[in-house]
Design a protein around this ligand. Structure first.
Ligand code: FES
Length: 172
């Protein structure tokens, strides 16, 4: 099913590599976007497409925190709470998001729009405090900027724009 639906995209990825195994991560991104998470069935499907043992794919999915085995929101908000971001207000940012979204970090809002997570350094310390929305960076995010940011993300969903929880369409 995955292959039939995304044949052109998957074939283009496979053409980039000398072995199918090397295409594992990008094909998993497609599967994750298609199914909303990577459960046993989708892992098996990817394994079949790439002629890999199920356990090889399972291990990769379990290793990376950017692969989700439970449903997430349309946007995964990763807020950096490492030391430099904390010095610049990361805790205040997390608290503000938790209050606005009515959800604790680590959980998904009732409307399934946002999953809020804490992450460690995402390599943009000079722009602290930083968050990523579906892996797209947002810099110097102070609480006063949060309402406009959330509104913008909601508008993207309403407009029918392509959304990728795997970050395939992140621009920076
Ligand atoms: S500490 Fe937050 S991006 Fe490095």
């Amino acid at each position: 099913m995955l292959y039939e639906k995304y044949r052109d995209e998957i074939d283009a990825i496979l053409a980039r590599y000398p072995s199918k195994r090397s295409a594992l991560l990008p094909v998993l991104y497609i599967a994750q976007d298609a199914y909303g998470r990577l459960d046993d069935a989708s892992i098996r499907e990817v394994a079949e497409i790439l002629d890999l043992p199920y356990t090889d794919v399972f291990e990769v999915v379990g290793f990376y925190t950017l692969f989700y085995n439970e449903d997430v929101g349309k946007f995964v908000l990763d807020v950096c709470d490492d030391v430099p971001c904390c010095f610049c207000g990361a805790e205040e940012l997390v608290a503000d998001l938790e209050q606005r979204l009515k959800v604790k970090a680590g959980y998904t809002t009732d409307d399934k729009m946002f999953t809020l997570r804490r992450v460690k350094c995402i390599a943009a310390c000079d722009q602290a405090p930083v968050l990523q929305a579906n892996l797209e960076f947002h810099y110097k995010v102070t609480p006063d900027k949060v309402p406009a940011l959330l509104e913008d993300l909601r508008r993207k969903v309403e407009s029918g724009a392509q959304i990728s929880i795997s970050g395939r369409f992140a621009e920076h």
